[in-house]
Design a protein around this ligand. Structure first.
Ligand SMILES: C[S@@+](CC[C@H](N)C(=O)[O-])C[C@H]1O[C@@H](n2cnc3c(N)ncnc32)[C@H](O)[C@@H]1O
Length: 308
């Protein structure tokens, strides 16, 4: 029985039991097809919810991912699932699974070493000096679109090992946010597989992980340094509450947005930074044509976007 049946679905969305002939049809994925017209409606719906824009060549990807939810809920069509999300009172909880179905969460520790080097070679010392002049002690770092936490924990390792010993009076607050609650739970658990640690320098691996069978468990000290929570980068109200950050990472997520949503999200990220703060995006991403507000600053093998 589905979770919606447990919650008592509305009359319009009575879900079929596993033994119904319709559910047998549902299990044959080929019977349920995402038509071109339905794809248009779906991509507009998803875009308006979270800024992710499915290009024409991603129709089959969207179809196969949504189909898993449709089958699970024992619904009969893409249209029925969309109606459920739009009009059913239980749709708020289903939205979680929609986000889990449509997001790509690829990440790993030390994915962007040059960015971490930029932090340790210049950005932390510069930021700390500026803070001290203001009589402040706290540096705030945000991993926006953190996925399962590897980026945020990589920063926490570098701080603990290379920054904190030099500046013991300073405090470091790291926040990780994502729209996918499943990956956020994994981030909070801090248990990883070999795939996630494959790029981790041996020194950090030895120092900050405990190996238990196939699992790599992150040091609880690092877990205490990072707070993870749900945040939709496309939610204007919530984004306005993300303020006073010194360093923001928003890597490998803008690629899923179109130009209009990139402009909107980047303008929120700009506002979230303190003056003198830095934004980092992914290797393959650029703010060219998206924002002129930042000053580009070059570091070996990477660039950052500075709010002057
Ligand atoms: C490919 S991962 C990147 C993870 C990490 N930043 C990195 O570079 O390794 C992209 C993440 O963006 C998240 N995401 C996509 N759309 C989002 C949105 N509108 N708000 C917040 N997070 C979003 C996805 O759930 C996913 O975890």
């Amino acid at each position: 029985m589905s979770e919606f049946a447990n919650n008592g679905p509305s009359k319009a969305f009575v879900l079929k039991s596993a033994s119904s002939p319709l559910s047998t049809a549902n299990s044959l994925n080929s019977k349920i097809v995402l038509s071109t017209a339905s794809f248009e409606v779906w991509r507009t719906y998803i875009y308006e919810l979270c800024g992710i824009y499915f290009q024409d060549n991603k129709k089959y990807l969207l179809e196969s991912r949504l189909l898993k939810r449709i089958n699970y809920l024992k619904l009969n069509s893409f249209e029925e699932y969309l109606k459920f999300l739009k009009f059913n009172p239980q749709a708020r909880s289903e939205r979680r699974y929609l986000y889990e179905a449509i997001t790509i969460n690829e990440t790993f520790f030390f994915r962007n070493q040059p960015q971490l080097d930029a932090l340790t070679s210049k950005i932390f010392s510069e930021t700390i000096e500026a803070k001290r002049k203001l009589g402040q002690k706290k540096i705030r770092i945000w991993s926006a679109a953190s996925s399962s936490g590897e980026e945020a924990y990589s920063v926490a390792m570098v701080i603990t090992d290379m920054v904190k010993p030099k500046y013991p009076d300073m405090e470091f607050e790291i926040v990780g946010t994502d729209i996918n609650e499943d990956v956020l739970e994994r981030a909070k658990n801090g248990v990883y597989k070999e795939y996630a640690i494959r790029n981790t320098p041996a020194f950090f691996l030895k120092k900050y992980f405990t190996v238990d069978g196939m699992n790599y468990i992150i040091d609880p000290k690092l877990k205490n340094m990072v707070k993870f929570s749900f945040l939709n980068l496309y939610d204007d109200i919530k984004m306005r509450s993300m303020t006073y950050f010194d360093i923001v990472f928003c890597a490998n997520v803008l690629i899923y947005f179109d130009t209009k949503s990139k402009i909107k999200v980047v303008s929120h990220l700009y506002n979230s930074l303190n003056r003198g703060g830095y934004l980092f995006i992914g290797y393959a991403e650029t703010l060219h044509g998206i924002s002129k507000a930042f000053k580009l600053e070059s570091f070996p093998k990477t660039i950052s976007y500075k709010k002057e």
